[in-house]
Design a protein around this ligand. Structure first.
Ligand code: NAD
Length: 417
């Protein structure tokens, strides 16, 4: 049992946003509950002939604005409250960037590093079969999340298609290009994080060319964001993964570190010139301008928050800052760009992928990145304007922007029956 409940945390911000918008509980009560929570047992025959049973989930928070949409996480510590929170955040995220989706999330309680490739494939396929009745391009569309990737999405797409009897690329996004994936999807979340960072830094008068940046998590989100920051000539002074953090006050060579991580599967042991090893906790407390937590939830908590020195926190991960930490940071004047805005680039390009699949026509990467940038900047504009109008922080502003759209959609559709 975790000592904090991410779903309760989500609700506390939601209630605040609803109050600011002047909604009565009646008007938004339905979105305080996920529409559907599915828990499945996933039996897998291991390579040594033994049988292991894993616990899996798929939570659909809302389908008011379109099909449910959200990633699949493989992690040993995942529980249903975490999946519920992640599903709700997807609803808000899709509403902020105004794409026609609701929110969902799925997970299996497993440490995938302990499984062989064949075991991982069997696990993914059996899980997909177990949640198949609630999946579909018009119903619920998974994507990669922590410890899942294009290969896992390929297995999911194949499993679903085998049951249907024909190829259904639109059932998942973030899949390999060869079976209908979109150019630019792999980098989309990290690219979105960079676009949002540039926009917010500009508004708060921070010159990015002079700024120091620290990024926690070197996966699909953090690794990509660090690489794009570096390509733009910005100074990334620290990065980390689960094994170690790396620090160089003059800036890290992210190309070299990426090549090292690619070859070794870890950041630990990298010994570039002028680079020292630091802990993940120390990384969060560095004297930097921009901090991008892009690993897991609950990283910046009330113990860490008093020592955070960053001026701007851009939440690449979902739920990296606890509510208590959020308050401490706000009192210190730290600008926090909330997850549901900062990391929405992934679902935006997932949406492009789905549209391309439905139309069976594909876009070039320039088109994808241009549209992504346009949507992210528009969303930052809207959230900043609303936060300013209602005299509140960006997190509550983002929830207000999202809640507005979801409640309006629900009102128009009415309550069934
Ligand atoms: P990933 O599995 O590709 O990478 C996760 C990274 O975090 C790895 O470098 C891992 O070593 C590191 N990590 C794991 N546990 C850690 C710990 N305890 N301390 C420090 N580092 C740790 O996952 P990802 O897709 O990059 O997702 C990261 C976060 O971003 C998650 O919160 C996820 O929900 C969120 N997110 C992902 C996407 C996406 O498109 N992949 C989109 C939106 C949000």
């Amino acid at each position: 049992m975790k000592d904090y409940n991410p779903y309760e945390q989500m609700l506390s911000v939601l209630d605040l946003a609803a109050k600011k918008l002047g909604y009565t509980l009646n008007e938004y009560n339905a979105v305080r509950y996920p529409e559907r929570e599915l828990k499945v047992a996933v039996p897998v025959e291991m390579d040594d002939g033994s049988l292991k049973v894993f616990e899996g989930y798929r939570v659909q928070h809302s389908s008011s604005r379109g099909p449910c949409k959200g990633g699949i996480r493989f992690h040993q510590d995942v529980d249903v409250d975490e999946v519920k929170a992640l599903a709700a955040w997807m609803t808000w995220k899709c509403a902020i960037v105004n794409i026609p989706y609701g929110g969902a999330k799925g997970a299996i309680q497993v440490d995938p590093s302990e499984l062989s490739d064949r075991e991982l494939s069997r696990l993914t396929r059996r899980y997909t079969a177990a949640i198949l009745p609630v999946l579909g391009p018009e119903r619920d569309i998974p994507a990669p999340d922590v410890n899942t990737d294009a290969r896992v999405m390929g297995w999911m797409m194949d499993t679903y298609s085998m049951f249907k009897g024909y190829a259904v690329p639109g059932v998942v996004t973030g899949k390999p290009i060869e079976i209908g994936g979109s150019l630019g999807r792999n980098q989309a979340t990290g690219r979105g994080v960079v676009i949002v960072t540039d926009e917010i830094a500009f508004r708060w008068g921070i010159a990015m060319q002079k700024a120091k940046i620290a990024v926690q998590g070197f996966g699909k989100v953090g690794g990509t964001a660090a690489r794009i920051f570096y390509e733009k000539g910005y100074t990334v002074v620290a990065v980390s993964d689960v094994s170690a953090g790396l620090y160089n006050e003059n800036g890290l060579n992210i190309d070299e570190i990426s090549a090292y991580a690619e070859a070794k599967g870890t950041l630990k042991g990298y010994a570039g010139k002028g680079t020292s090893e630091i802990s993940n906790e120390d990384l969060l407390k560095l004297d930097v301008d921009i901090l991008v937590p892009a690993a897991l939830e609950n990283q910046i908590n009330e113990k860490i928050a008093p020592d955070v020195k960053a001026k701007i926190i851009v939440e690449g991960a979902n739920g990296p800052t606890t509510i208590k930490a959020d308050k401490i940071l706000k009192d210190k004047g730290v600008v926090i760009v909330p997850d549901i805005l900062a990391n929405a680039g992934g679902v935006v390009v997932s949406y492009f992928e789905w549209v391309q699949n439905l139309q069976a026509i594909f876009w070039d990467v320039h088109e994808v990145n241009t549209m992504l940038k346009k949507i992210m900047i528009r969303s930052v504009d809207e959230v900043c304007a609303l936060a300013k109008e209602k005299n509140t922080c960006l997190r509550v502003g983002a929830y207000m922007a999202a809640l507005n759209r979801v409640v309006k959609a629900k009102k128009i559709r009415g309550v069934f029956p």
